[in-house]
Design a protein around this ligand. Structure first.
Ligand code: HXC
Length: 258
């Protein structure tokens, strides 16, 4: 499939998606979000792919939803057009891990999109923020919900109410990102992490993603119970036999994703 607002390639078992509206700092318009959803679903269905990396440019992961495109929206345009739900939520249905490799600005919907990924690796020039309040609106793709879960209520309130940006060092300290690396090493770091993951057992990868995500939706008792049932089910996989046998034979495991 050919895309205009994103670039798509594969590197070994990793699917790489690059947001590609450089003149608008990757502002997220309807076309881009539709293409992104399609590309994510295609990688999710591709047996040869085990992990996905989502990135932008060195200057911007994404500077937010496209302000020009929505400036004249009426309430009915937003509501009846199902703005956001219609094509912003596809990423939440992807079962393989999606790593956000963030350089430069990740603002508004860009920060929200990064937070919808499974984890964020940041370049040292990354800047995160929810500046919607300056536009007279509020975050609309999960900013007020995922940010407090990621970095605490106090910091989330600070970010959403003052619109200040958080640099990469603060973002790592706050737990928003898992690693910070120099800008020129961002893609190597993200692709290496994605390759490590992609060489694991895909059923285990998918179960871990599902189980960690349930931690946000369930009580601890329910979540631990769910995890235990999935853990038990791994003994029905060939990859569990291979993984443990390989350990005992002191050799690398070769998983068949079965
Ligand atoms: C449309 C955008 C844009 C955006 C930047 N551009 N952000 N266009 N939507 N969100 C465009 C600019 O208009 C400009 O186009 C070009 O990108 C370069 O931007 P500059 O402002 O000239 O660059 P700079 O001075 O380096 O400032 C960078 C910036 C600033 C700090 C990131 O662009 C900025 O504040 N952008 C808006 C950030 C924001 O408010 N995001 C939240 C959006 S609302 P021209 O044609 O002039 O060169 C949102 C709601 C989400 O995300 C709700 C869920 C959908």
């Amino acid at each position: 499939m050919s895309y205009e607002a994103i670039l798509v390639e594969t590197q070994g078992k990793v699917g790489l998606i690059r947001l590609n509206r450089p003149k608008a700092l990757n502002a997220l318009n309807d076309q881009l979000m539709t293409e992104l959803g399609d590309a994510l679903k295609a990688f999710d269905a591709d047996e040869a792919i085990g992990c996905i990396v989502l990135t932008g440019s060195e200057k911007a992961f994404a500077a937010g939803a496209d302000i020009g495109a929505m400036a004249n929206y009426s309430y009915m345009d937003a509501f009846k057009g199902d703005y956001i739900t219609r094509n912003w939520e596809e990423i939440r249905r992807i079962r393989k891990p999606v790593i956000a490799a963030v350089a430069g600005f990740a603002l508004g919907g860009g920060c929200e999109l990064a937070m919808m990924c499974d984890f964020i690796i940041a370049a040292d020039n990354a800047k995160f923020g929810q500046p919607e309040i300056k536009l007279g609106v509020i975050p609309g793709a999960g900013g007020t919900q995922r940010l407090p879960r990621a970095i605490s209520k106090s910091k989330a309130m600070d970010m959403c109410l003052t619109a200040r940006m958080m640099d990469a060092v603060e973002a790592e300290r706050a737990g928003l990102v898992s690693r910070v690396v120099p800008l020129d090493q961002l893609m190597a770091e993200a692709l290496t992490a994605a390759t490590v993951i992609a060489n694991m057992s895909l059923p285990a990868i998918m179960m871990i993603k599902e189980s960690v995500n349930l931690a946000y939706e369930s009580t601890l008792t329910e979540g631990v119970h769910f995890e235990r049932r999935l853990f038990h089910s791994t003994f029905a996989t060939e990859d569990q036999k291979e993984g443990m046998q390989a350990f005992l034979e002191k050799r690398p495991a070769v998983f068949k994703n079965l």
